[in-house]
Design a protein around this ligand. Structure first.
Ligand SMILES: Cc1cc2nc3c(=O)[nH]c(=O)nc-3n(C[C@H](O)[C@H](O)[C@H](O)COP(=O)(O)O)c2cc1C
Length: 360
């Protein structure tokens, strides 16, 4: 059993985020201001972290879903300068950035944020994000992408630990490569693999691994699989989930929001997303779900109390935290922070530790 539950956001760095709806109220651009304000609201209401994904190609459809995206590392650099407490998870697409460059960019954001950066290691599952730049390593990459990730991390950690590195490996050759000044802390890493290969790689180096629970496959199964692989290599990895949250004053109000989104799905965009995910014949598991409005992400829906109870159940299943997607970022981040987080804290910790920490 983990101690407390870490609430975080899966930031709206792509247009419309994970709400694949054609309804006018869910159309937005992923501006810096939108993302920054969400982070400021979040750190004022007890959240632990914000994650910015790395995306290079969208899925079209009526809403041109994810055809507009901000870049993760540079976005988080700006947010680092605009916030004080929240941990910032920036993502790197491995085929796009040499680890020598990534190590220095991450060390820079670590400095700007005063030691609040976490790096999300994205091996890459979508050929269409990289092929247009001529940077797709070939379809064989699906087979070895997590082996590549393991060596990539070895180079990152080598540079961050010593400031200079000579490395002769299968994928990278560095000859007295320098990354100075050193980061303020050992930069934590996370992964988000759902396949055995992805989870086994994360078991070797990740501090956190994100899982995608769905209605059929319980959180417990996924989290246990991650923990089992970690134990096999003598480590422990904290499991976080990716979830959509629709929390309103009453169950009925929340269900009405869910119904409206489900009635207005951008079917064409979601089908494109699903088809691209199936290109990985080695067993990527994230895109197997039916074409739904949340792109395979499980929605937690209900009154503040219903939603808080659900998070307590997930916590009891061994989940350490969750990155959440909201339908209305300007309103929902604060609303969830003020109404749901205190209920979960009270249930799990017996008192409001987060508020105590904040006022300290
Ligand atoms: C919370 C979360 C964050 C993710 N971030 C990214 C990302 O930034 N870019 C990306 O291409 N894929 C991202 N993914 C996809 C994963 O990296 C991974 O490829 C996917 O979950 C499928 O697992 P597999 O690669 O082991 O098959 C993310 C997944 C989750 C659950």
């Amino acid at each position: 059993m983990v101690d407390k539950f870490d609430f975080g956001m899966f930031l709206p760095v792509t247009n419309n985020g994970m709400i694949a709806s054609t309804a006018p109220e869910y159309q937005y651009m992923p501006t810096f201001e939108l993302n920054r304000d969400a982070c400021v609201d979040a750190e004022n209401t007890g959240y632990s972290f914000a994650l910015a994904q790395t995306k290079w190609r969208g899925y079209g459809g009526k809403t041109e879903l994810w055809d507009y995206a901000t870049e993760s590392l540079t976005l988080m650099s700006g947010i680092a300068a605009s916030t004080k407490r929240i941990e910032l998870i920036a993502s790197v697409s491995l085929p796009l950035l040499h680890p020598g460059v990534c190590a220095r960019m991450a060390a820079t954001i670590d400095g700007i944020s005063n030691g609040r950066l976490i790096l999300n290691i994205v091996a890459g599952w979508n050929k269409m994000e990289y092929a247009p730049m001529g940077l797709w390593p070939g379809d064989d990459y699906y087979r070895y992408r997590y082996e590549y990730a393991v060596e990539y991390v070895e180079v990152l950690r080598g540079l961050w630990e010593k400031g200079r590195l000579t490395h002769k490996g299968k994928y990278f050759n560095l000859d007295d490569c320098i990354c100075q000044p050193l980061p303020k802390r050992s930069i934590p890493l996370c992964g988000a693999g759902q396949s055995d290969a992805g989870m086994k790689a994360a078991a070797l180096w990740a501090d956190y691994n994100f899982i995608m629970p769905n209605a059929e496959l319980t959180t417990l199964d996924l989290s246990t699989r991650t923990q089992t692989f970690a134990r096999q290599v003598g480590r422990s990895v904290r499991s976080y989930a990716l979830l959509v949250v629709i929390a309103e004053e009453t169950d009925a109000k929340a269900e009405a929001v869910l119904d409206h989104i489900n009635e207005t799905v951008d079917v064409e965009a979601v089908e494109t997303w699903r088809r691209l995910g199936q290109a990985d014949a080695t067993g990527s598991s994230a895109q197997r779900h039916r074409a739904d409005a949340f792109m395979g992400v499980l929605p937690i829906v209900g009154s503040y109390k219903t939603v808080a109870d659900r998070f307590c159940e997930l916590h009891a299943q061994g989940l350490g935290g969750a990155a959440m997607v909201f339908p209305n970022w300007g309103r929902d981040v604060k609303k969830f922070g003020e109404n749901v987080i205190p209920l979960v804290d009270a249930a799990l910790l017996g008192n409001d530790v987060r508020l105590t920490k904040k006022s300290a």
